[in-house]
Design a protein around this ligand. Sequence first.
Ligand code: ZN
Length: 326
Amino acid sequence: MSDPAPRAPRASGAPVLAVDIGGTKMAAAVVEPGGRIAEYDRIATPADPALDAEGLWRTLEALLDKVGAAAGRPRFAGVGVGCGGPMTWPAGEVSPLNIPAWRGFPLRERLRERHPGLPVRVHNDAVCVAVGEHWLGAGQGMENVLGMVVSTGVGGGLILDGVLIDGARGNAGHIGHVIVDPEGPPCKCGGRGCLEAVARGPGLVAWAQEEGWRTGRDDVTGVDLAADARRGHPVAVAALRRAGRALGIAIASATHLCDLQVVAIGGGLSQAGALLFDPLEEALRTYARMEYARQVMVVPTALGQTSGLIGAAALIFESDRYWGAG
Ligand SMILES: [Zn+2]
């Protein structure tokens, strides 16, 4: 599938309209060719169960209008989007697990209709985080990088020899469904013992509650668990240890398979700091034993909340490296 317009030359200086769509928030930015964010806005993803696909689309359009107007309605070089999966790729028909209103929603096509003549590119949101971190973040200057998001789910994207790896259907980098414990908890994907089943925030909360962690509230998340771990609650500490160990095991396997230099981890749970990264490092050093694999570095993402938007912009600005679909 090709874009309706030739690639916009970088020298033109035109900005990209970058969009990041997840189950918690929808964010949009006007990103300049060097990666600077000129305008930014975000809203909570509407959770109203009565909201249909078109209602959600109108909400997104209003956000794009607002950020475009704030930037003085520039002529864009293109539109880059990171969206929660799964999706058909590169067609960009999205069915985000955490956004039930969209099932097979033709996001790329609708954005093309809204921005006629411009390239519009849609990729997985965790892939965009990996791309952003490789372009301008923790993986800058490295050729072989795994970018990860650890929050409600566990996602990832893979850059090898300096280019984004898409795989046959755009799904390469799905480290959340690498098996870390064949006898482990069931996973939403239908499998068992996936990294995501163990280390996702809700999975950790469920495990901690079974082990006797109580907060007196129903709506607790992995962020609350991390806060309790910082206060020294032993079950909360053990839960983060469990997640860190699972991450370390999965990263050891990925490093052996792909000869990685850097793994950059973002998402809410990554903010737990040493409580997560220490057990991760310990498991990684236990299981990554080949000489080349021992050299991998695991670090927090450097661009924070904006990794995904910067990566979405790079789908347009740096298409030679990050957009293999034509
Ligand atoms: Zn799975």
